[in-house]
Design a protein around this ligand. Structure first.
Ligand SMILES: Nc1ncnc2c1ncn2[C@@H]1O[C@H](COP(=O)(O)OP(=O)(O)OP(=O)(O)O)[C@@H](O)[C@H]1O
Ligand SMILES: Nc1ccn([C@@H]2O[C@H](COP(=O)(O)O)[C@@H](O)[C@H]2O)c(=O)n1
Ligand SMILES: [Mg+2]
Length: 246
């Protein structure tokens, strides 16, 4: 859990309301299927998907002053300075109406991880890790056909090296905190999603039960008030009213 300032309340110079947000980091090597599975999770569990790579590509297209630097880093498979990526993620969370986010492809290194935690104060609920062999990932990336400048064999090899050298240590960090949920991502898409569902369903059910509990309490309270004798003016007689359930 963590808090972000709700963008709808910014800019009036007085009140900045903070909203509580829930974050799941989605990690795995290039081509392991993060984006594919995030789309399924959004559909079934109501999260908002924020892909750090997509946000960086959108920043290039927007003509931002950082555009050329980001483009060069992506072509080389390098990790863009955290200051840039964290700002993009933070803005996207602030602008969203949702309070549950899948953050895909982030944190990619220790600098990403520390910067996000320091700036937002958000600690992930858990880290979904898609585990897949380089051989399989290479095959998938070379046939992805989405026109990505980094889906060529030279950049793919560089991205694999960055993943092993910089991203795996972040996954190990979260594993040491028992936050990693590892999935065999080499299986077909449907089977991978079955494993994903098994992780999300209990979390989702817990939230539903809590929400149902709130509704039941409100109903009991409503019935108790309706059943009670009222004063002449039609108000609830607090002297004889039962304790309102909490
Ligand atoms: N389980 C799977 N089996 C076979 N192909 C898959 C599987 N999951 C995804 N793919 C395909 O592999 C390619 C890469 O998937 P995807 O874009 O989801 O990976 P990613 O982890 O987001 O990669 P990147 O880090 O480069 O953004 C896509 O063409 C996708 O359709
Ligand atoms: N935290 C991040 C995430 C991504 N990048 C850069 O974008 C490239 C593509 O990322 P995908 O997740 O879409 O594969 C990646 O290779 C990096 O160059 C980044 O810098 N920091
Ligand atoms: Mg992706």
């Amino acid at each position: 859990m963590g808090t972000v300032v709700d963008a709808t309340n910014k800019g009036n110079g007085s009140l900045a309301i903070e909203k509580k947000v829930k974050v799941v980091f989605v990690l795995g090597g290039p081509g392991s299927g993060k984006g594919t599975q995030c789309a399924n999770i959004v559909e079934h569990f109501g999260y908002t998907h924020l892909s750090a790579g997509d946000l960086l590509r959108a920043e290039i297209k927007s003509g931002s002053e950082n555009g050329t630097m980001i483009q060069n880093m992506i072509k080389e498979g390098k990790i863009v300075p955290s200051e840039v990526t964290v700002k993009l993620l933070q803005r996207a969370m602030e602008e969203s109406e949702n309070d549950k986010f899948l953050i895909d492809g982030f944190p990619r290194n220790e600098e990403n991880r520390a910067a996000f935690e320091n700036v937002t104060g958000i600690v992930p609920e858990f880290v979904l890790f898609f585990d897949c062999s380089e051989e399989e990932m290479e095959k998938r990336l070379l046939s992805r056909n989405q026109g990505r400048e980094d889906d060529n064999i030279d950049t793919i090899r560089k991205r694999f090296k960055v993943f092993v050298d910089s991203s795996l240590p972040v996954i190990e960090y979260y594993a040491s905190k028992e936050k990693v949920r590892k999935i065999d991502a080499a299986k077909p898409i449907g089977e991978v999603f079955e494993a994903v569902k098994a992780i999300f369903a209990p979390v989702h059910e817990k939230i539903l039960i809590l929400r149902r509990g709130c509704i039941n309490n409100s109903l009991t309270m409503f019935k108790a008030i309706q059943a009670k004798p009222t004063t002449k003016a039609g108000c609830l007689d607090v002297r004889t009213a039962p304790a309102i359930p909490t």
